[in-house]
Ligand binder design. Structure first.
Ligand SMILES: C[S@@+](CC[C@H](N)C(=O)[O-])C[C@H]1O[C@@H](n2cnc3c(N)ncnc32)[C@H](O)[C@@H]1O
Ligand code: SF4
Length: 376
């Protein structure tokens, strides 16, 4: 019998301080005692949800700021995860790090624990912008920690950058991109700032004290990103993600390919056996006996909508054959009622149908939110 693949995600919900734009579930002002209690609970969850039925081929430790944990706690977490699941030989293990929270000792420990991919939250190479974003690190911290990461022997490094942030001109964004390219990471994610309720930016924007780049500037920055990174040898494989050959994020591709993953920790999400599971969002609730907040068995329509919505995020789009293998209804039949919409989107140059696939054109990516809703 073929054993299914599985991605594991473990959420570490702690940060030294909250960035002004961020609404991820993460708590500040916690100490080592709190970290230990959390890891104890996470280990309980792994014990309950561990399974021999799957082969885990990716493990992603995200946050929050996972690199805030002392090495002994990270070691307990990884050892428990490794012991509780069957692992593939080529397991990809990623950890998100904030440049201000790594040092040589932690990086060496990550290496010895089998972590083979580092995702750095860089955001910008401009110190004024970093300050505005509320980041706890400077540009120099980024280059210093990047050099330490390479010295420790990591050969798969990703950087997160943000654009269309307050006070950022197109030229400033281009500067940051160039600085990133000079360091030659294998993977770069570029996110346009999204204004999230409950953040400092959200409040300042509503008070009228925060000015954001316009929609046109945002689009311009997206186009600059594509051109500059393509010239530097990076391939856009998802709306916001770029990599050098072979270095796409295996873990994130699971989300876009609607493959199975198990999310552990406060606020983590899972998709397994056709069921979407969401864990509790507060530490108090998560520390209770039941860690799961809600479950939802996907209907066939949910699965089809998600397959289209997530699949079109990839540059290669969706394969009509995959669609037909997965669902009981051929794509063209499913689309029958929406045939006019698809034709119009193709005629208007938003969508391309070629070699058995449907994908966005660049014009389509720029209007993607509206278009996928039309197609679902
Ligand atoms: C959970 S963070 C991981 C890294 C780590 N916490 C750090 O910031 O150093 C994931 C990434 O999401 C992006 N991000 C977070 N909030 C965002 C927002 N409101 N708009 C756009 N991108 C955002 C940032 O690029 C961030 O690095
Ligand atoms: S962006 Fe990263 S470091 Fe900043 S608050 Fe969010 S999770 Fe924490």
């Amino acid at each position: 019998m073929k054993t299914n693949r599985l991605g594991l995600y473990a959420h570490i919900p702690f940060c030294e301080r909250k960035c002004n734009y961020c609404d991820f579930v993460s708590f500040t002002g916690k100490d080592e005692k709190d970290f230990k209690k959390y890891i104890d609970e996470l280990l309980k969850e792994i014990k309950d949800r561990g399974s021999e039925d799957y082969h885990v081929d990716s493990l992603y430790i995200g946050g929050g700021t996972p690199s805030i944990l002392p090495s002994n706690l990270m070691e307990r977490l990884l050892r428990k995860a490794y012991d509780s699941f069957k692992l593939t030989k080529d397991l990809e293990v990623t950890i998100e790090v904030n440049p201000a929270t790594v040092d040589k000792e932690k990086l060496n420990s990550y290496r010895s624990l089998g972590i083979n991919r580092i995702s750095m939250g860089v955001q910008s190479f401009d110190d004024t912008i970093l300050k505005k974003l509320g980041r706890i690190h400077s540009k120099k911290d980024v280059t210093d920690s990047y050099n330490l990461i390479r010295k420790a022997g990591f050969n798969n490094v990703s950087m997160d950058l943000m654009y269309a942030v307050p006070g950022q001109s197109e030229a400033l964004w281009e500067e940051s991109l160039k600085e990133a390219v000079l360091l030659e990471p294998e993977h770069i994610s570029c996110y346009s700032l999204s204004l999230e309720e409950g953040t400092d930016f959200y409040d300042s924007f509503n008070k009228g004290t925060l000015k954001l780049p316009s929609y046109d500037e945002d689009v311009k920055m997206y186009l600059i990103t594509g051109e500059l990174l393509s010239k530097a040898g990076y391939h856009r494989y998802e709306i916001s993600n770029y990599c050098k050959g072979g270095y796409a994020s295996r873990h994130n591709l699971k989300y876009w390919n609607m493959e199975e993953y198990l999310g552990l920790g406060v606020s983590a999400h899972s998709f397994i056996n056709g069921v979407r599971i969401e864990n509790h969002h507060t530490l108090n609730e998560y520390y209770g006996r039941e860690k799961v907040k809600s479950t939802h068995k996907n209907t066939e329509y949910d699965n089809i909508s998600e397959f289209i919505f997530m699949g079109l995020r990839k540059t290669e789009g969706i394969s009509l054959k995959d669609f037909e293998d997965r669902f009981s209804i051929p794509y063209k039949v499913y689309l029958k009622d929406r045939q006019d919409i698809l034709k119009a989107l193709i005629d208007q140059g938003f969508i391309l149908e070629e070699e058995g696939r449907i994908k966005y054109t660049l014009k389509g990516i720029l209007g993607s939110n509206r278009i996928t809703i039309d197609l679902m």
